[in-house]
Structure formats: structure tokens, C-alpha cells
Design a protein around this ligand. Sequence first.
Ligand SMILES: Cc1cc2nc3c(=O)[nH]c(=O)nc-3n(C[C@H](O)[C@H](O)[C@H](O)COP(=O)(O)O)c2cc1C
Length: 204
Amino acid sequence: MKVLAINGSPHEQGCTYTAIRLVADELEKQGIETEIVQVGKLPVRSCIGCRACKEGKRCVFDDIVNECIDKSKDADGILLGSPVYYSGIAGSMKCFLDRFFYAGPYLHYKVGAAVVSARRAGTVETFQQLNNYFNLRNIVIAPSHYWNEVHGSNAEDVMKDEEGVQIMRTLGRNMAWLLKMMEYGKNAVPLPEQEEVIHTNFIR
Ligand SMILES: Cc1cc2nc3c(=O)[nH]c(=O)nc-3n(C[C@H](O)[C@H](O)[C@H](O)COP(=O)(O)O)c2cc1C
């Protein structure tokens, strides 16, 4: 099994990476491979709402977003990580996620989890924002024993945040457990019936 991890930080070995790594270590202990893609340093275009992707085409900006949509095809789970910027998702990551979740991905009824890193505040808002992407794509969210946050300005700080480190370990184990449950259960329990989606724009 495989988890695609997206690091929304510009820092390759920073706090968000450390949080993702802690989760990935637990996954790997259970034989689940993790591929970490760093998008936080890239100049990712924002979604322009052209809807070409809704007509069966790939995103018109053929970049890391399309690459990750392709990677999501054979992933069993997705792990999103973002540093907190002004109490929200960091800019490049937000642009990435808007396009990634609008144009793809192939993750329905797979497992998702989000982690955030902040020096001090805005973690819960950012965590909620990341989870919003899972909720409207039928992605099953793995839990931990607290909101998935670590604190610090660099990787060393994060490793001193004992509670944050433990939250990540728990998340990794829970994600592995859920991935295995879904893999072993998929032949025994069929996916729920799918209805054609209704869009009403709140007017009628
Ligand atoms: C532009 C910018 C905005 C930030 N906004 C916040 C914030 O709202 N709250 C906070 O606690 N930390 C904030 N920080 C600090 C980072 O979220 C924090 O240091 C984080 O752990 C860095 O993660 P990284 O090493 O993965 O980049 C901000 C940093 C930057 C560069």
C-alpha cells in the first residue's frame, strides 16, 4: 500500500516535513510506503475556474498538480501537511489544493489525513481548512487523539514538542490501521450506493 504525502511548506526539512516524517515512519513500520512531494516552494498557479477539468481534460496548467493527480491513481491514502500562514493554509499549498481537488484526485473512499505546523496560533483553523478538501471528495479521514498539530520554527523545535510528536505517531498508526481495514474489508463490504450529484446553488 502507498500514501502520497504533500508538503505545503517551502522548507524541505522544516517543521511540516518533520510532522509528515513522523507519520510516515509509523506507516512504513507497517509496510506502507510513503512518497513525499514538496509543493510549498513552487510557484503554483491558482485555479482560474475555467472548468476545462470538468470536461474531462487535465488541468490547463500542466504542472505539479497534474503530476500529483496521476500519482493519486495508485495511492491508497493521502497525507496533507501545511505550515500555518496567517491562521490559514500557506499560499502555494492553497493554490495546489484548489486545483488538485477540483481537477481530481482519484481518492474516493481512500484514506486522508492532514497535519499542520505553527509557531503558536492558527492551527485549528488551518487543520479544518485542510480537512474541508477531504469532506467533499468522499475521503475517509484518519483520526488521532488530538488535532494534528505540531509547534515550532524549525525541525528541532518540533521534536521538542513531545505532545505534537505523539499526536503524529498516533495518527500514523491510526492511518495504517484504517488503510488495512479498508483493504481487507473491501471485498466483504461493498462501497455505498452512489447517486448522481445535485448542484442547486442555494436557489432552487
Ligand atoms: C508568512 C508566514 C506567516 C505565518 N503565520 C503564522 C501564524 O499565523 N501563526 C503561527 O503560529 N505561525 C505562523 N508562522 C510561522 C510558521 O507557521 C511556523 O514557523 C511553521 O512551523 C513553519 O513550518 P515549516 O518549517 O514547515 O515551514 C508564519 C510564517 C510565515 C513565513
